[in-house]
Design a protein around this ligand. Structure first.
Ligand code: EPU
Length: 337
């Protein structure tokens, strides 16, 4: 383990924006973390834990230490119909999904092709196509920076909610997730509530999908809607879908009867942020080096040489216009540095 000075981050964030870190270190195992944080210098330094860099926007150079978690390894244990799969925090999320799909370990297939790393997945409780990480999460190991100890978090310790967890709120910056365990099943129960999945299966003439079919169809839907970060810089959904009280929703619906919405928990309604942004005229718009994606207005893109600051300012314009038209303040899903 070696701390490197003045490290370029352009290839380490899926927006592909240029920024430098004052210091950078690769972490290969829990012992590396112990050794690093036994030094007061790093314990007290501003730091950022990096996984796949798929949910962050650098608006300037980072004046602290980037801790890049690269802990590898996937193992599993079968207990009756349950399969407990454990992966290192640095495993590429989709490599884990493919491993499970190949082995017919069910439950994770709707989360196919999400960019990012296993260790970052619980932090924002990733989700797509009717499944959230919390539905399959069993536990995780995390390194406590202050004490140098490993703590095991069970599901109930993690405070999961829509794109949120304790690692993003109450315990932000205090722990580094080193490995995550998932409770999957040998019995495949397809989650088909997301409309486009059924449509795509029908198109392919598949009436009884297997786990591989579902993974393929989900991947196809993602590719058709979302830009590939390898070719167009982006960080997936830039904003969260806002959740508003039903009374506010009913008022909005009388002004905008077409508003796309979904039921949320008691008395609240989730509104499609993509629809709000599109109906402010932003869908597919190119502004300088940035813009929104032509097939999904919720995704902000880097058309080439955008700076993080340019993308951030563009997101401010979107927030302002959505607020002016609909009275809803969008919240960013992407972390800003
Ligand atoms: N819509 C529009 N215009 C748009 C985009 C969406 O009108 O430009 C409307 C359409 O009616 C569409 C509906 O909104 O049917 C929902 O759109 P979509 O299925 O693309 O889902 P989303 O709510 O925009 C969320 C997640 C995605 C996830 C998809 C599928 C958030 C913030 N985003 O997007 O997650 O893949 O559902 O489950 O919850 C991510 O977090 O980075 C991400 C990509």
């Amino acid at each position: 383990m070696q701390v490197i000075e003045n490290f370029p981050l352009k290839n380490l964030n899926t927006f592909g924006v240029a920024a430098n870190a004052a210091w950078y270190v690769d972490i290969r195992d829990e012992e590396d973390l112990g050794a690093l944080f036994s030094q007061d210098r790093w314990k007290n330094c501003p730091r950022l834990v990096l996984g796949g860099g798929s949910n962050m926007l650098f608006t300037s150079d980072f004046s602290g230490l980037i801790v890049h978690v690269k802990i590898q390894g996937i193992r599993y244990e079968v207990k009756g119909d349950d399969v407990f799969v454990t992966a290192g925090g640095g495993v590429v999320w989709n490599d884990l999904v493919n491993f499970c799909v190949e082995n017919s370990f069910a439950g994770i297939e709707n989360l196919s092709l999400i960019p990012g790393s296993v260790g970052a997945a619980p932090v924002q409780n990733i989700g797509a196509y009717g499944v959230e990480l919390q539905d399959i999460f069993h536990s995780c190991r995390a390194f406590e920076i202050a004490s140098g100890r490993i703590r095991v978090f069970e599901k109930e310790d993690c405070g999961f909610s829509y794109r949120d967890s304790v690692f993003k709120s109450a315990l932000k910056g205090l722990y580094i997730i080193t490995e995550v365990s998932f409770k999957l099943s040998k019995i495949f129960k397809p989650e088909l509530t997301y409309g486009a999945i059924g449509d795509e299966l029908q198109k392919r003439g598949i009436t009884k999908p297997n786990i591989k079919d579902l993974s393929t169809v989900v991947s196809h839907i993602r590719v058709s809607k979302l830009p590939d970060p390898a070719t167009i810089g982006n960080a997936g959904s830039f904003f969260k879908n806002p959740v508003i009280p039903e009374t506010q929703f009913l008022k909005l619906k009388s002004d905008f009867p077409e508003i796309v919405h979904f039921p949320a928990t008691n008395g609240y309604i989730k509104i499609s942020a993509g629809w709000l942004i599109e109906h402010c005229g932003w869908k597919g718009k190119v502004v300088g080096n940035t813009g929104t994606w032509k097939n999904q207005a919720l995704v902000l893109v880097n058309h080439g040489n955008a700076t993080g600051d340019e993308i951030f300012k563009f997101s401010e314009s979107i927030i302002e216009s959505v607020n002016a038209k609909f009275g809803i303040l969008l919240e960013r899903e992407v972390n800003i540095f």
